[in-house]
Design a protein around this ligand. Structure first.
Ligand SMILES: [Zn+2]
Length: 308
C-alpha cells in the first residue's frame, strides 16, 4: 500500500538520526543508568504528564503511554532509552498539553476520503495476545458484554474494520486468551498513573483512575520497532456503554468499543491522525455517544496496511 506523503512516521527514531520537526520533538532528556533488559530493580521513574509517569525503559527499548480524559481528549508520549542508556521523551502530538477541541464533525473531511494518519514505528511479529481482568468492572456493565466490546476493539485493526467498503489487506492478528487475575502493569500509587515494565501478559482491566482520566494504554517496544507488550486500564466510575450503537437517550456515556478500537489501533502501531481529521478513528479526541470511532476511516486503514 502506498503511503501518502502527508504521513509522518510518528516516533520512529533511527540510530544516529535526530528527531526533526515533523510533529516530533524531544522536549526533555534524562540520564538513566544502563540496565539489562528486564532489570527493573530500583528503576527510576520519569513524569510525562501531570500525575502520569513511566518506569524508564531498559536500554534499547521504549514505552509509550496514552491517557484519555473524560472530555474525550487524548495525550500520547513515547519514552525511549538508547543503547547507551540515554532516555528521551517524545511528544508526537501537538505539544505538551491537550490538543484543541475538535471542530464540528461536519467540517472535517469525511472518513472515507481522509487519507491522513501517522505511525508509531512498531509492529507485532507475533499475534497480539491479550487477557481480560474482570476485577473492578463497573457494576452497570455486563461481563460478557464487556468482554465482547473489548474483543470488538481488538478485532478492529486486524479486520481493518471500516464503513468505507475497503478490502481487508491487513495481516495483523489478535488472540483473546481469556480472563486473568494478573493486573495490568500500570501502577496507581499515590494517585500517579505509571506504566511500569513489560511482561508476557497483555492485560486489560478496570480501576478507579485518578482525576478526570478515562483510560490509559501502555505499549512497550524495542527501539528497532518490535512491539513487546501492551496493557490497558479503563476507569470504572465513568459511564460506558458496550453496545455497537449508543443507548437511547445517550447523554455523557462513551463507547467502550470505540475507545478500545482506538487504543488497539495504537497497540498495533498507529499514531494519531493530524489536523482536522476528526472523523478518523485515530483522531486524538472523541466524545460521548460516538459510535463512529469503532469503524476506521481511510487514513487509519492505510496506516494498518502500511505496517501489516
Ligand atoms: Zn490515541
Amino acid at each position: 500500500m502506498i503511503v501518502a506523503s502527508m504521513w509522518s512516521l510518528g516516533s520512529m527514531m533511527m540510530p544516529g538520526c535526530e528527531a526533526d520537526d515533523d510533529g516530533l520533538e524531544a522536549l526533555a532528556a534524562v540520564e538513566a543508568p544502563a540496565r539489562a533488559p528486564g532489570d527493573l530493580r530500583a528503576a527510576p521513574m520519569v513524569e510525562v504528564f501531570d500525575d502520569v509517569s513511566v518506569v524508564v525503559p531498559p536500554a534499547g527499548t521504549r514505552v509509550s503511554v496514552e491517557v484519555i480524559y473524560e472530555d474525550g481528549q487524548m495525550e500520547f508520549v513515547d519514552v525511549s532509552t538508547d543503547d547507551d542508556g540515554r532516555t528521551e521523551l517524545h511528544y508526537p502530538d501537538e505539544a505538551w498539553g491537550l490538543v484543541a477541541p475538535p471542530p464540528p464533525a461536519a467540517v472535517c473531511p469525511v472518513e472515507c476520503a481522509d487519507d491522513r494518519g501517522s505511525l508509531k514505528g512498531w509492529h507485532w511479529i507475533v499475534p497480539l495476545t491479550w487477557k481480560y481482568r474482570d476485577l473492578g468492572r463497573p457494576a452497570a456493565l455486563n461481563k460478557t458484554a464487556t468482554i465482547n466490546a473489548l474483543f470488538d476493539g481488538a478485532s478492529g485493526p486486524p479486520l481493518a474494520r471500516d464503513a468505507c467498503g475497503l478490502a481487508d489487506n491487513v495481516s495483523a492478528t489478535h488472540t483473546y486468551l481469556g480472563e486473568t487475575l494478573l493486573a495490568p502493569h500500570i501502577s496507581l500509587v499515590g494517585g500517579v498513573i505509571a506504566c511500569t515494565s513489560v511482561d508476557a501478559d497483555n492485560v486489560i482491566g478496570w480501576a478507579d483512575l485518578p482525576g478526570n482520566v478515562l483510560g490509559v494504554t501502555c505499549t512497550w517496544s524495542t527501539n528497532t520497532g518490535i512491539a513487546t507488550g501492551t496493557d490497558m486500564l479503563y476507569d470504572n466510575v465513568f459511564p460506558w456503554y458496550t453496545s455497537s450503537t449508543a443507548p437511547a437517550g445517550c447523554g455523557n456515556q462513551i463507547s467502550l468499543r470505540g475507545v478500545a478500537t482506538h487504543e488497539f489501533g495504537h497497540a498495533f502501531g498507529l499514531g494519531h491522525s493530524p489536523g482536522d481529521s476528526c472523523n478518523l478513528t485515530m483522531y486524538p479526541s472523541t466524545g460521548p455517544c460516538n459510535d463512529g470511532q469503532r469503524n476506521f476511516g481511510l487514513g487509519d486503514v492505510m496506516g494498518l496496511e502500511a505496517v501489516y
